[in-house]
Design a protein around this ligand. Structure first.
Ligand SMILES: [Zn+2]
Length: 255
């Protein structure tokens, strides 16, 4: 496997992977569930995660509950397929990136610190884009992995237009009233012990929206899965507890 990774270019590996996912989607074809991202119907969504969550993974396009929820929000609330928008997609999820890249109404950039899949290799703590460059920024499950969250949020605010929207998703540990950030955890091993992942700099608690608003945003916590009935949530593979944090620049900046 490692040899394969070393020998094949990333695009070839992705193509091979998409063939195997396509075959898996065909194997699980059915009518019980529907994935709005690949527009496939299947017998079920598959279990996924370290602590296995049932009904999580699309067998064909490999997307999870949060991806499907975000796509529905983008389609229905942002009108992403019709509005002329400059979009910045941080740490792009491949399936979502491919969909957004193809939309002729968008000026689309994707960015990541290291991923060769992204169009730009950039540090979120020091973005290379001019002020007010983007109408919409997507930043899903990124901030917990950034050493300086304050700098990252200030940069996202800087490159967002005054009427723009920053859509954030994050793993929220609902048993934590306040975010846990062990400053003395400076090595991957220490972070693994303190925060549960070697590259996680903090575990977000219930104060996540407050931390974002402290950097000059108005934040609305949108429980978008709840716009669907329980039957529809199951059919679309949505998780009720998944929140989309919609942050808009507050006119007076950081308080
Ligand atoms: Zn899918």
């Amino acid at each position: 496997m490692f040899l394969l990774k070393a020998l094949l270019p990333v695009q070839t590996r992705l193509r091979l992977r998409s063939y195997s996912w396509w075959a898996r989607g065909w194997f699980y074809r059915g009518k019980e569930v529907y994935c709005p991202l690949c527009q496939g119907s299947f017998q079920k969504f598959l279990a996924f995660g370290v602590e296995k969550r049932p009904h999580a993974l699309c067998p064909k396009c490999h997307t999870l509950e949060r991806h499907r929820l975000l796509w529905l929000y983008l389609q229905e609330q942002v009108q992403i397929e019709h509005q002329p928008l400059a979009v910045l997609h941080m740490a792009p999820e491949p399936v979502l990136q491919e969909k957004l890249k193809r939309l002729p109404n968008l000026q689309y950039r994707s960015a990541d610190l290291t991923s060769p899949l992204a169009m730009d290799q950039v540090d979120i703590q020091a973005l290379p884009y001019p002020d007010a460059s983007f109408d919409l920024i997507l930043c899903s499950h990124v901030l917990a992995h950034v050493p300086d969250e304050t700098k990252a949020l200030q940069e996202l605010r800087r490159v967002l237009t005054p009427q723009g929207k920053l859509l954030l998703q994050a793993r929220i540990f609902t048993d934590l009233p306040l975010t846990l950030e062990e400053a003395q955890a400076t090595t991957p091993q220490q972070r693994l012990q303190a925060h549960g992942q070697a590259d996680r700099f903090r575990k977000y608690g219930l104060d996540f929206a407050h931390r974002v608003s402290a950097q000059g945003f108005s934040v609305e916590s949108v429980e978008y899965a709840k716009t669907r009935t329980p039957q529809e949530q199951r059919h679309l593979g949505l998780a009720q507890q998944e929140i989309i944090f919609v942050a808009t620049p507050s006119p007076h900046g950081a308080p």
